[in-house]
Design a binder for this molecule. Structure first.
Ligand code: 5FU
Length: 263
């Protein structure tokens, strides 16, 4: 059976990377393939949204460089919420530089991403040196990497041969690269890559700046293992509305998964 039609728990044996394994286990435990992207610019709102959606998610996606009042306490509180609600953390940094530079960006600076983020991602534009650089920091810490193989935005250049090149590059670094940011299942039969899919919303086709949305059932049907939802969840208002919206996406995503694997 291709990974596409296997359960999350049966796919555990296909993965050795600790972050990939922890994610698969968390997905099963919480019956959630929902990742909420918390793209807000104040610490108070960030922590409010994370606490509200926490029970419904397997993963919280961050753009930590958006926060205006970022500090070490924010990271401590995020990590405490990750324990309280049982979710992993994915910093969507989209590294895109030479190996030596991404080593510094990933491990140092004010944010020390590798110290708190279980998963991060990278563009393949620089070539495989970006992966070896990030791996030199992330592997000893048990972290995992996703490659950007496709994007959700209109006019993206990440398609066709570019997407194929991302899959080939991933094959050269199987311990650290756990999967892709993509819109559909990638790879050949016998390969098991985690597919995380942004550009998901119920009831909107896109935004005014090129974002394109599909529904949870569409993307999960095409191979998404984790659906990434941002404004569809957090733009709804206060804590209770946000909590309810996250739970709605969790149910939709899980139902689509059960349909895909036939359980
Ligand atoms: F790699 C990608 C991509 O192809 N599309 C995206 O939208 C990443 N994203 C991120 O997912 C983007 O940076 C946002 O953080 C999030 C989508 O947010 P939305 O509010 O659901 O549109």
């Amino acid at each position: 059976t291709p990974p596409h039609s296997q359960t999350y728990s049966s796919r555990l044996s296909n993965h050795t990377n600790p972050a990939a394994r922890a994610l698969l286990q968390c997905i099963e435990r919480k019956r959630s393939n929902l990742c909420v992207s918390v793209d807000v610019s104040t610490k108070a709102r960030f922590l409010e949204v994370v606490d509200a959606v926490g029970p419904s998610v397997c993963l919280i996606k961050t753009h930590m460089d958006i926060l205006e009042d970022f500090d070490a306490d924010l990271l401590e509180q995020l990590q405490a919420l990750s324990k309280k609600h049982d979710f992993l953390i994915f910093e969507d940094r989209k590294f895109a530089d030479i190996g030596n530079t991404v080593v510094l960006q990933y491990s140092k600076g004010t944010q020390r991403i590798a110290s708190w983020s279980h998963l991060t991602n990278a563009h393949i534009v620089p070539g495989p040196g970006i992966i070896s650089g990030l791996a030199s920091v992330g592997l000893p810490l048990g972290r995992g990497l996703l490659l950007l193989a496709e994007m959700s935005s209109e006019g993206t250049l990440a398609r066709g041969e570019y997407t194929d090149a991302a899959v080939r590059m991933a094959r050269g670094a199987r311990e650290f690269v756990v999967g892709f940011i993509a819109q559909r299942r990638l790879g050949e039969e016998g390969e098991d890559w985690l597919i995380l899919t942004p550009g998901v919303q119920l009831g909107a086709a896109g935004d005014t700046m090129g974002q394109q949305y599909n529904t949870p059932s569409k993307v999960v049907g095409e191979g998404a293992d984790v659906i990434i939802v941002g404004r569809g969840v957090y733009a709804k208002g206060g804590k209770e509305e946000v909590r309810a919206e996250a739970e709605r996406y969790r149910r939709e995503g899980w139902a689509a998964y059960e349909k895909r694997v036939g359980i």
